[in-house]
Design a protein around this ligand. Structure first.
Ligand code: CP
Ligand code: NVA
Length: 313
């Protein structure tokens, strides 16, 4: 049966750990003889409705590294932009390609695509979830602290797609997560529900609050994301900034309440002076470029999981 990755909840806890183990292996000891032909003879479509730097490039490079081909499809140049249905598009694309990596404004588009294509559909970001980002983030945290279970991540800011996927991902690997979002900007209720379900099995603790100082207490990681995600209309900017700034900005003072070895993480792109000040993102605690690099290794591992037959050594 084909596998999709629309949210991290599509993976069992063991499968997520397997992908992370593979990602560590391909990052530290890349073996082309073992994995370099995983996508040989296969073509993956990259269908993007929104801009991207990291996701697009890391997927293209990952596919090439695994011996496959990719075709970049801009939504606006497809008949989708003139009203062709998602289901018809999916049923056509599956006749040509072996997988679809898609970035969309409305998560439902991915659901429709996955229901209508008999090939894997991978979420490259939707308004609700960004699972591939979080696989890379977990890899980065694992490398940094040598563990995942018992590590505490504090997310401060808007309850974005990234925040939702962090809730799901952290609780699958036994990490503790606290989220501080203003009232009215909380994470997606389904993501919160999944997080509690996961936590009941892994023992993760979850705090959802509107108080940043409460969230960051004893945290290993302080994480934030933009206050103006791509699907948010520009007309909301002023209202949002009144709510978020300065209370939900990540500033050096916040780290006084975290662990002494706490690091700063951000999915990027960052907006200095908005969700984070330069002193933090450009300072010694910041590991944002390790995160960005790990998008590549995480996605190589994801493709091996979806298309290969190897188990990690
Ligand atoms: N983090 C992330 O998804 O970046 P891009 O929007 O550049 O792909
Ligand atoms: N929350 C952000 C993430 C960008 C990678 C957005 O959706 O724009």
């Amino acid at each position: 049966m084909k596998r999709d990755l629309l949210t991290l909840q599509d993976l069992s806890n063991e499968e997520l750990m397997h992908i992370l183990t593979l990602a560590r292996e391909v990052k530290t000891s890349w073996d082309p003889a073992r994995y370099g032909s995983t996508l040989s003879g296969r073509t993956i479509a990259l269908l993007f409705q929104k801009p991207s730097t990291r996701t697009r490039v890391s997927f293209e490079v990952a596919i090439r590294k695994l011996g496959g081909d990719s075709i970049f499809l801009s939504w606006h140049e497809l008949q989708l932009s003139r009203g062709e249905t998602v289901s018809d598009t999916a049923r056509v694309l599956e006749r040509y390609v072996d997988g679809i990596v898609a970035r969309v404004g409305d998560h439902q588009i991915l659901v429709d695509m996955a229901e209508n294509a008999r090939i894997p559909v991978i979420n490259a970001l939707s308004n609700r979830f960004h699972p591939c980002q979080i696989i890379a983030d977990l890899l980065t945290i694992w490398e940094r602290f040598g563990a995942l279970k018992g590590i505490k991540l504090a997310y401060v800011g808007d309850g974005t797609n990234v925040c939702n996927s962090l809730l799901v991902g952290c609780t699958k690997v036994g990490m503790d997560i606290s989220v501080a979002c203003p009232v009215g900007y909380e994470p997606d209720p389904e993501a919160v529900q999944w997080a509690f379900e996961n936590a009941s099995r892994t023992g993760s603790t979850i705090i959802i609050t509107d108080e940043p100082l409460e969230a960051v207490k004893d945290a290993h990681v302080i994480y934030t994301d933009t206050f103006m995600s791509m699907h948010i209309p520009e007309s909301e900017r002023e209202k949002r900034f009144e709510v978020f700034v300065p209370r939900y900005q990540v500033r050096p003072e916040l780290f006084e309440h975290a662990r002494p070895d706490a690091v700063f993480m951000h999915c990027l792109p960052a907006h200095r002076g908005e969700e984070v000040v330069s002193e933090v993102i450009d300072g010694p605690r910041s590991i944002v470029f390790d995160q960005a690099e790990n998008r590549l290794h995480a996605q190589v591992a994801l493709f091996i999981f979806l298309y290969g037959s190897s188990v990690p050594s």
